[in-house]
Design a protein around this ligand. Structure first.
Ligand code: ADP
Ligand code: MG
Length: 694
């Protein structure tokens, strides 16, 4: 243990010798210079000493100091890969892919060989891979099958300050693994200074700080609160572009829609300025953006770049050359919404910690300016000091399922750095119970054990498993895969009408899910052709992804001895299976296009993109995939259902009597009270059980 001499015969040295073309040498030299210029390089040897002498180390360093791209390579050069793979986890998919790509370039090897990455539904590694970047979710799943993570010699938990749900769960799991495996190195990295908490959690592990190299940043607050941050950000970007010296601009937006709106508006306003105005390159970056477009933000450019990003650019990705930051003060977060009893993506004010990270992005290569589109008072009085960890604000159904299958029954006593509120755990257990994944005493049912195998939300895996009964696994595989990728429909600007009418041709009146199935089947019947997809305004890349995901899910089904079978044209069965996963999201018609949620009584409406909405078809009973909350509660992906099915599949909520007759208020209240009592009873059983076991 601890004997990792730096040897000239390391694999890295070998791969350097095999270095093919001379012309590559010039390039690699500049890469070498780039690597040596990073702040982390100046402390390389000291850092490696600390890692050699301590099994757990916390490393703190400014964003851009080289933690993510260099640490894995240092460990490699030091010979750690002789004993196993070096894993580096990222909370974000985009970061895992982009960083792996960068490191493979720095090491002049093909991505997927020595350096690879793994994200959900995409494994770009081979048996030669020894530096593996992955999402924290992927590592968590690996721990299911390999309880001690034996293949790894070192694990870097990167971006720990993000406190993503999976990172937080991994903390507890890894702490135990390190206690068992004396040969494993665990490195936790964080971009912020409050690493004390990590150190305490990991038994006083040493904190190593990489000396920073930052330049002063002027911060300019808005004088009055801003109404429309998209418009304001565009105005500010144009003002900078026309008045300020060269330097790239980075705008922090909330999510994809706001980012696209900003890019469109910015390009329009620039075009209005005419040819006299200097050129600018507007580049979006968000997680669902195709990866070849993501790479563009790193390309060198002679003209000014304006990158419009989600908070991914806060710490996980560094764009060099940024001199101006525009901070809207908002981000999009997944938050558990007690009103609807589920998670919803919500636009939320950032924390002061976020604001300071964003500001710091302007001072990486020289002095910069940060424009905050909120007032000084809002910053001081309204913004929280730190983020609320995801584990404390989201649905934990998936995590509960994973932990249960790791035989961690006593969830309330799991070693969480910040335990989730008890209500969160119980509510998630309740959701798993209504789906049939947990029994009355909180143990995993057979169904629950099978559900764990799928990297999917519990209602989706439930549908896949349920489809066996109705002999329509083929149809459900397609639908679940379609729901697991970004929308396949393509709607280019200026051709919206053509795109919409192309899409309408796929509509199945009673179901958005069946509409998705229809699109995929037609593509398949047309030989999976890309020209067919283009003609019909469908993203062929997205469809190809669906096909890959589908094949992977089918593999899992086969491993559970479930075969692919089709119900042909009997799509009623498919709708029934959809109801089996989503009966908790059922709604009943109230007026024209207006529904009320059957459990909560909350009004909700069809999303304009729904086939049902477009065709004006309003069945009495529907289930929906999710609610998005904007000005109103919109149901997305809706399917008409038979009320008998609801009573059959969700007996804890519905009975045929009241689904048919208009129930009077008293009956409804009784029903509601009954459901609440059920919930209390289940919760107290689960709670008693979790408390009594150690
Ligand atoms: P940290 O993890 O400490 O924030 P990184 O290792 O991510 O730092 O980044 C170190 C440097 O590598 C940054 O200056 C960044 O510009 C550069 N870099 C990272 N990813 C890429 C990429 N995909 N393309 C070009 N440069 C990159
Ligand atoms: Mg990093």
């Amino acid at each position: 243990e601890g004997n990792f001499d730096y040897k000239a015969d390391s694999q890295y040295a070998k791969s350097m010798k095999n270095f093919e073309a001379i012309s590559d040498f010039a390039r690699s030299k500049t890469v070498k210079q780039q690597r040596e210029y990073l702040p982390i390089f100046s402390v390389r040897d000291e850092l490696l000493n600390v890692i050699r002498e301590n099994r757990i180390v916390i490393i703190v360093g400014e964003t851009g100091s080289g933690k993510t791209t260099q640490l894995t390579q240092y460990l490699y050069e030091e010979g750690y890969t002789k004993y196993g793979v070096i894993g580096c986890t990222q909370p974000r998919r985009v970061a895992a892919v982009s960083v792996a790509k960068r490191v493979s370039e720095e090491m002049s090897c093909k991505l997927g060989e020595i350096v690879g990455y793994a994200i959900r539904f995409e494994d770009c590694t081979s048996e030669n891979t020894v530096l593996k970047y992955m999402t924290d979710g992927v590592l968590l799943r690996e721990s299911l099958n390999e309880a001690d993570l034996d293949q790894y010699s070192a694990i870097i938990m990167d971006e720990a300050h993000e406190r993503s749900l999976h990172t937080d769960v991994l903390f507890g799991i890894l702490k135990k693994i390190v206690a068992r495996r004396r040969d494993l190195r665990l490195i936790i990295t964080s971009a912020t200074m409050n690493a004390q908490k990590f150190s305490e959690f990991f038994g006083g592990a040493p904190i190593y700080s990489i000396p920073g190299r930052t330049f002063p940043v002027d911060t300019i607050f808005s004088k009055t609160p801003v109404d429309d941050y998209v418009d304001m950000a565009v105005k500010q970007a144009i003002a900078i572009h026309l008045q300020q010296p060269p330097g790239d601009i980075l705008i922090f937006m909330t999510g994809q829609e706001d980012i696209m709106a900003t890019c469109v508006l910015l390009n329009e306003r620039i075009a209005e300025l005419g040819t006299a105005a200097p050129k600018i390159k507007v580049l979006p970056i968000y997680s669902q953006l195709p990866s070849e477009n993501q790479a563009k933000i790193f390309e060198k450019s002679d003209i000014r770049k304006c990158v419009v990003a989600t908070n991914i650019a806060e710490t996980s990705l560094t764009v060099d050359g940024v001199k101006y930051v525009i901070d809207t003060g908002f981000c999009k977060l997944k938050v558990f919404n007690p009103k609807i009893g589920m998670d919803a993506l919500q636009i939320t004010p950032i924390s002061q910690a976020n604001a300071n990270q964003r500001q710091g992005r302007a001072g990486r290569t020289g002095p910069g300016i940060c424009y905050r589109l909120y007032t000084d008072t809002i910053y001081r009085e309204d913004l929280l000091e730190n983020n609320i960890p995801e584990i404390q604000r989201t649905n934990l159904a998936n995590v509960v399922l994973l932990l249960k299958s790791l035989n961690i029954d006593n969830l309330l006593q799991f070693d969480f750095m910040d335990p989730p509120p008890q209500d969160n755990i119980l509510n998630s257990m309740y959701q798993l119970w209504i789906l049939g994944a947990l029994n009355d005493t909180g143990g995993l049912t057979d169904l629950g054990k099978k559900m764990v195998e799928f990297p999917l939300d519990p209602p989706l895996s439930k549908m896949l498993l349920e489809s066996e009964k109705y002999r329509c696994t083929s149809e459900l595989l397609t639908i679940v895969s379609m729901l697991s990728v970004p929308s396949v429909f393509y709607r280019p600007k200026d051709r919206e009408t053509d795109a919409d009418s192309a899409r309408e041709k796929f509509f199945v009146p009673e179901s958005d899910h069946l509409t998705l199935l229809n699109v995929y089947n037609q593509w398949k019947n047309n030989g999976y052709r890309s020209d067919w997809a283009n003609e019909h305004f469908i993203h062929v890349k997205a469809l190809r992804k669906v096909r890959e995901v589908r094949a992977q899910l089918l593999d899992i089904m086969n491993s559970l001895r479930i075969e692919e079978m089709s119900c042909g044209n009997n799509w009623d069965m498919v709708r029934k299976v959809i109801a089996s996963g989503y009966f908790h999201n059922s709604a009943k018609i109230k007026g024209i296009g207006e529904y009320v949620n059957m459990r909560t009584g909350i009004p909700c409406i069809l999303h304009p993109s729904s086939a049902l909405f477009s065709l004006g078809y309003t069945p009495d009973y529907i289930v929906y995939h999710e609610l998005t909350m904007t000005s109103r509660e919109y149901m997305q992906y809706v399917t008409a259902v038979d009320p008998y099915w609801l009573a059959e599949l969700g007996p804890m909520f519905f009975s045929t009597k009241d689904t048919f007759r208009e129930i009077d208020r008293k009956r409804r209240n009784e029903k509601k009270m009954q459901a609440e009592e059920d919930m209390k009873r289940i919760q107290s059983t689960l709670l008693n059980q979790t408390q009594s076991v150690e």
